[in-house]
Design a protein around this ligand. Structure first.
Ligand code: GLC
Length: 571
């Protein structure tokens, strides 16, 4: 799986580079680039395929960087492209310092980073420190060498319970379903110890009490920082430290508890020491390199712990992502998010879609309360109208916003993928929580009328997941220049956000009185109005209309907020 040594060695010293000086982000009002950055998530498998094998790759991403620059984002976060057997789409890393051949080489990564910097885009890479692949050299040696191998102490190997060790060491369940433990075979072929994997069995958890693990990750951070990356998105940042003794949970529906309760394997206070040591490394490098936590915690207040001044810079706001399209609920999660981040002086982040959840155009097409894994298409027109409105609301809030590839095209989730093409490991494990994630991972339509719609170089060529026929109309080419398209809405919104210093900057919003089911808030010389109801609502026009998700009529000092719409106003 890993590349040969020539490929995995660092670029030669004369190639090593520091982040190029980059243009200031949004209007120059911000002291730190990341406080109000719009960060675009690229899912490398599904963005652009340069060699026609049906799988996206780094040269493909590189060729599309001008598109991202023109879209108007500030930074690009790349999901993992490291050497990996792909048991969990690359979140099972076999070699943290190599690019998987399916995505290219380290030289491609280097060229991508350089080109991005030249275009004024920053690059954030994914780091997966909670677990490795079971094909990682350490884990393979731990299995080969058997009990007593020092490599075993870098993971959680434990004897089983029961007379012959036939029961798992504790009652923890995998997030992907089934027990969080798998039994090994000793080198002599007899049943041996068990090892812990909070996710798939191919993803053994590291034991972060072992200093060798911490040393290795500090070195991996430096490797990519030396390559010039501007930051890291830290996968399962809340999972690294487990409660001493790995205590039983005592039954219950563990999946339901996730994110609502402190668990012995999540959000343990010990994780913060790790991020304090990483922050020191990030700060050694010029150009404000950042760390972004993927942390599922019981409360937004606990999420704030990850972004204290000496820890990471940002944490994803999953509470916001999980909020239904409903004015009162949105207002309260916005207030809660801003209030929780203020004491630690960290920017709030906003996110509506990513590679793990049903796209927001489909979530909002369905009835509220169904969660973030939805298997029905719902009312597509309604979903898209709300998704456009939700995006304008998100981009009007203070802080940093995340855009997931394809949402700027208004893509829905593909809810009818046949079982035989699915790859999400959770789909194949009983009672897993996220079994339908392939639906948001279908390759992007760029152009043309025949699949893969410019995703690959040849019309009629392959794509690792099939794209729906209707996607021809949703391609970048089809939407470009059409002022009513979702792509042009995103382009305009990001251009206005750059031009208006009051957008993105700051840490608060001033709520204005507005009828039930609507929201209105002011930020300096800017007002945002939102109607989350299915009915038009008449209000006094707040000022001059800058942009709207659905046409808004202004008439004699009044305006009618269209159903499920957001408006941006200059006042
Ligand atoms: C994170 C990733 C997800 C992955 C999991 C295990 O939640 O976003 O895609 O399956 O971690 O690495």
């Amino acid at each position: 799986m890993t590349q040969n040594l020539a490929d995995t060695s660092r670029p030669a010293a004369d190639n090593a580079h520091e982040a190029a000086p980059l243009a200031p982000v949004t209007g120059g009002a911000s002291r730190d680039w990341w406080r109000d950055a719009v960060i675009y998530q690229v899912y490398p498998r599904s963005f652009a395929d340069s060699n026609g094998d049906g799988m996206g790759d780094l040269p493909g991403i590189r060729s599309r960087l001008p598109y991202l620059r023109d879209l108007g984002v500030d930074a690009v976060w790349l999901s993992p492209f490291y050497a990996s057997p792909q048991a969990d789409a690359g979140y099972d890393v076999a070699d943290y310092r190599a690019v998987d051949p399916m995505f290219g080489t380290l030289l491609d990564a280097d060229a991508l980073i350089r080109d991005a910097h030249r275009l004024g885009l920053r690059i954030i890479v994914d780091l997966v420190p909670n677990h490795s692949s079971d094909q990682h050299e350490w884990f393979q040696r731990a299995l080969r060498e058997g009990p007593g191998s020092p490599l075993r102490d870098r993971y959680h190997f434990r004897p089983g319970k029961g007379e012959n060790g036939e029961l798992p060491p504790n009652d923890w369940e995998s997030i992907f379903g089934g027990p969080a433990w798998t039994r090994t075979e000793d080198p002599d072929g007899t049943p041996g110890d068990w090892y812990l994997h909070l996710f798939a069995p191919e993803q053994p958890d590291f034991d972060w009490d072992n200093p060798a693990v911490a040393d290795e990750f500090r070195s991996i951070l430096r490797f990519w920082l030396d390559m010039g990356v501007d930051g890291f998105r830290i996968d399962v940042a809340h999972g690294l430290v487990k409660a001493p003794g790995l205590p039983d949970l005592g039954g219950g529906d563990q999946l339901k508890l996730l994110g609502n309760d402190v668990m012995p394997f999540f959000d343990q206070d010990g994780v913060h020491e790790i991020y304090r040591s990483w922050r020191k490394i990030l700060d050694e490098y010029p150009g404000q390199r950042i760390g972004v936590a993927e942390a599922w915690t019981p409360t937004v207040q606990r999420t704030a712990n990850y972004v204290r001044p000496d820890e990471l810079h940002q944490a994803f706001n999953f509470q916001y992502l999980g909020t239904d399209w409903e004015a009162a609920a949105l207002r309260s999660v916005i207030d809660l998010s801003l209030d929780s981040m203020r004491p630690v002086d960290a920017p709030t982040t906003w996110v509506l879609s990513n590679h793990d959840v049903t796209r927001h155009a489909t979530r909002f097409a369905n009835e509220p309360g169904l969660g973030t894994q939805i298997r029905t298409p719902g009312d597509r027109g309604l979903g898209l109208r709300r998704a456009r409105a939700a995006t304008l609301l998100m981009l009007a809030l203070p802080g940093s916003a995340y855009v997931y590839q394809g949402e700027e095209l208004g893509l829905p989730d593909v809810t009818d993928l046949p079982d035989e093409v699915r790859q999400d490991p959770s789909f194949f494990r009983q009672a897993g929580q996220d079994g339908y994630r392939d639906g948001c991972r279908v390759p992007i339509p760029w152009s043309g009328t025949e699949a893969p719609y410019g995703f690959g170089p040849v019309a009629g060529g392959p794509s690792w997941l099939p794209q729906p026929a209707e996607w021809a109309e949703l391609s970048v080419e089809a939407q470009t220049g059409d002022p009513s398209s979702t792509l042009e809405l995103y382009r305009s919104a990001l251009a206005v956000r750059r031009a208006q210093p009051d957008l993105g900057a700051g840490t608060g919003v001033e709520w204005l009185e507005s009828p039930e089911g609507t929201l209105a808030f002011r930020r300096g010389s800017f007002v945002c109005t939102v109607n989350t109801t299915g009915e038009p609502v008449r209000i006094p026009a707040p000022g001059r209309l800058l942009l709207a998700s659905t046409e808004l009529v202004v008439d004699g000092g009044e305006t009618v907020l269209a159903p499920d719409s957001t408006g941006w106003w200059a006042v």
